[in-house]
Design a protein around this ligand. Structure first.
Ligand SMILES: *Cc1c(COP(=O)(O)O)cnc(C)c1O
Length: 459
């Protein structure tokens, strides 16, 4: 018999959590249960009623806040109709409407939507579609089997997405299982290559890209890129103009551009799609995380009619896309995703962002002077603070010292929940965050940085 709610003590929950739940990207030997029972807006509430501001959008996915009445109602209404319809040869009105809406709001030329359940799969789908396109297009190019990706890229945790990924600490272990990928240096605007000042960083990275394309284009199916910001890499921001140059060069050399907007899409950078900042239309766009406002597991791969046409034919030609997920296009998820897009319009979310973006910048500005802060950077609603041993050398703290985590522990005491990327403190609140909430989040970051860097191990 399941225990009655009275028997379900906090002690039991914590014990079972430690014993039975294997948490993602977490060292379970030292895991301390952090159990959120409820949430509203940008506030999370734990099992003891303690409140925390959600400073990282429940890991980069929440958009309009938790328990948004509009999203909750959409989910309930869909439940009264049907919870699941397969996308294998069948459809439902909600998912159809979502596909149409996504096509309407996305960059030009993206006309077809393939639904999966998570961001990793959205990337896998784009990779497989690209490869299959080159093999099935009117004059096939069967040699196009290579993919081009950036240093420190992160595109998810399934094997295809790990293959195009390049974060050594996450990915090195699985190397024997991965396919070959051509890798470019990380276009980090804050760390231009040696000898490159100002715009020379951009010129260098564009030249590197062109050199690889020139040599290998006949074998490259697609370049995969997180436009504007490589989030998991440590909120690495690209030099302005890089994305536009990538689009121009991939076109010139007849290579697909796959834009992984799983993290940067859905308004996170201040525009609905990050690609809009540089007027870019990719061949494939991957959406996830915020697609359902961060409510439910759903992702989407959008592509062009040119790509789609290569998959059309007689049944016996077997040209269809041989890929699908049981819950791809699930109508409960689709209902919430549709409502998420509605709320963008009804609440004029994007129009309200510039004030919030400016507020984050203003509130984090004092950190720019801090002796253990190497850099404070921001792209829309994504901000990052680099913790360093010394500003002059810009050398990060040894990662084993977990300085980023220490900042987050301090912030938690002040009622703000954050999760770092090593020595990088991330501020990425839901788009719906209020200005006074921004102040509290950023103040907790400032105090956390002060406390976590107060003790430096003498060397
Ligand atoms: C989170 C993320 C993914 C993976 O999405 P999941 O839903 O976790 O599989 C892929 N690409 C980027 C850029 C991401 O940030």
């Amino acid at each position: 018999m399941p225990p009655s709610p009275e028997d379900l003590t906090l002690e039991k929950l914590q014990r079972w959590d430690r014993a039975h739940v294997w948490h993602a990207f977490t060292q379970m030997a030292e895991y301390e249960p952090f159990i959120i029972e409820r949430a509203r807006g940008c506030t999370l509430v734990d099992t003891e009623g303690r409140e925390y501001l959600d400073g990282v959008s429940s890991l980069w996915c929440n958009v309009h806040g938790h328990r948004h009445p509009r999203l909750d109602a959409a989910l309930r209404e869909q439940l009264d109709r049907v919870a699941h319809v397969t996308s294998l040869g069948a459809s439902n009105p909600t998912t159809i409407q979502l596909a149409k809406r996504l096509v309407d709001v996305s960059p030009e030329g993206l006309e077809h939507v393939f639904f999966s359940s998570d961001g990793s799969c959205a990337v896998e789908v784009a990779i497989k579609m690209s490869l299959q396109y080159w093999r099935q297009k009117p004059s096939p190019q069967n040699d196009k089997t290579l993919f081009l990706a950036l240093g420190d890229a992160y595109h998810g945790d399934t094997l295809g997405s790990v293959s195009v990924g390049g974060v050594a600490r996450f990915h090195a272990m699985f190397e024997p299982l991965l396919f070959e990928v051509l890798r470019l240096p990380t276009p980090n605007a804050q760390r231009p290559p040696a000898g490159c000042e100002d715009d020379a960083g951009l010129t260098y990275h564009v030249a590197q890209l062109e050199a690889v394309l020139q040599e290998h284009h006949s074998r490259i199916a697609a370049m995969v890129i997180e436009p504007m910001v490589q989030c998991a890499a440590g909120m690495v921001m690209h030099p302005p103009g890089y994305l536009r140059a990538v689009r121009a060069l991939t076109r010139k050399y007849d290579v697909h551009l796959i834009a992984d907007e799983v993290a940067v899409g859905m308004g996170r950078t201040g525009r609905l799609f990050a690609c809009e900042h540089e007027g870019v239309s990719p061949d494939f766009v991957c959406l996830g995380k915020g697609l359902t406002g961060g409510y439910l597991p759903m992702s989407a791969t959008l592509t062009s009619t040119e790509a789609w046409n290569a998959f059309l034919g007689e049944y016996a030609d077997s040209k269809q896309f041989f890929h699908g997920h049981t819950f791809g296009g699930n109508p409960l998820c689709a209902a919430v995703a549709l409502a998420t897009l509605d709320v963008f319009e009804e609440e004029q979310t994007l129009a309200k962002l510039p004030a919030r973006i400016a507020r984050i910048a203003e509130q984090l500005a004092p950190l720019r002077e801090h002796r253990h802060v190497g850099n404070v950077r921001q792209c829309g609603m994504i901000a990052a603070v680099d913790l360093v041993q010394s500003r002059t050398t810009n050398e990060p703290f040894p990662w084993e010292e977990k300085r980023g985590l220490q900042v987050c522990h301090e912030a938690l005491k002040a009622g703000v929940w954050l999760r770092p990327l090593g020595n990088i403190v991330v501020v990425m609140p839901p788009l719906a965050v209020a200005e006074n909430e921004i102040d509290r989040i950023c103040q907790a970051v400032c105090q956390g940085v002060a406390a976590a860097t107060a003790t430096t191990i003498a060397k």
